[in-house]
Design a protein around this ligand. Structure first.
Ligand SMILES: [Mg+2]
Length: 254
């Protein structure tokens, strides 16, 4: 585990970036709807996306539609819903078929549970349904037992846990699968992949970059397969700032 992030050794033509969104580009807030990526960070991302000829993707638990809103005006390669849906470097969207009726049935159960408890937020993201308990952490046990119960009734769904959120996904694809898909295609193929994330579901991405001899950067504490670690999201943002300044300065004048 290394605590100093590489910078001078990186080259824009040889690097591919994969960034998680919440807890990585955006600070985590109580209401998932209220999370935003600061304008300055959007600008750093834009610079790196341009400097790498488009080899920068956002890999998040959010849907691609939500990511587009948070990163506007950028429309980036993206993997949404933990790798279930994906938009490649050419803008083509891949979304597997899933049991939409089952998603709605599960959503109805979570809505019912959420309305009984102040502070719980349920959320449908195409192929997955989440329950957020950040505003009422004392309900974690109850929320998880409900999710486990539902998971046993819908064996084709997979239970995912994150920071103050539990999710049932209709797909078994993960962030690592999405990252590997990107790395097989232009403009990502042949580059050094760098994946940055902060949560349990990012571990699949860290394992995938390790297999590709790339760099995984874990933000914050916790067991991880990442090769590097930084203490906070601000440390990562400082690195983004430095890298985007260096690569802007290095760009040839037109
Ligand atoms: Mg995150």
């Amino acid at each position: 585990m290394t605590e100093t992030l590489p910078r001078d050794s990186l080259h824009p033509a040889k690097t591919a970036f994969f960034f998680d969104c919440d807890g990585t580009l955006a600070a985590i807030v109580d209401q998932p709807d209220a999370a935003r990526v600061e304008t300055e960070i959007v600008e750093f991302v834009r610079i790196l996306h341009e400097a790498t000829d488009g080899a920068l993707a956002v890999v998040s638990g959010r849907s691609i539609a939500q990511l587009d809103v948070m990163l506007a005006p950028l429309v980036l390669p993206a993997a949404g819903v933990h790798g279930v849906e994906r938009r490649d470097g050419a803008g083509t969207i891949y979304r597997p078929e899933f049991d939409a009726a089952a998603v709605l049935q599960i959503a109805a159960r979570l809505d019912e549970f959420a309305t009984q408890h102040e502070g719980l937020v349920s959320e449908v993201k195409s192929a997955s349904v989440a329950i957020h308990y950040r505003m009422c952490p004392e309900l974690e046990g109850e929320a998880l037992s409900l999710m486990t119960d539902i998971a046993s009734q819908y064996p084709e769904f997979r239970l995912l846990r994150g920071k103050m959120v539990a999710e049932l996904s209709a797909s078994h694809r993960n962030k690592g699968d999405a990252l590997e898909d990107f790395m097989r295609e232009a403009p990502f193929a042949g580059r050094l992949p760098i994946f940055v994330g902060d949560d349990v579901t990012d571990e699949d991405g860290f394992v995938a970059v390790r297999k590709l001899n790339g760099i995984g950067i874990k933000i914050g504490a916790g067991t991880t397969s990442a090769t590097h670690r930084v203490g906070t999201l601000h440390d990562f943002h400082d690195w983004l700032r430095q890298l985007s300044q260096t690569w802007t300065a290095a760009a040839p004048a037109l």
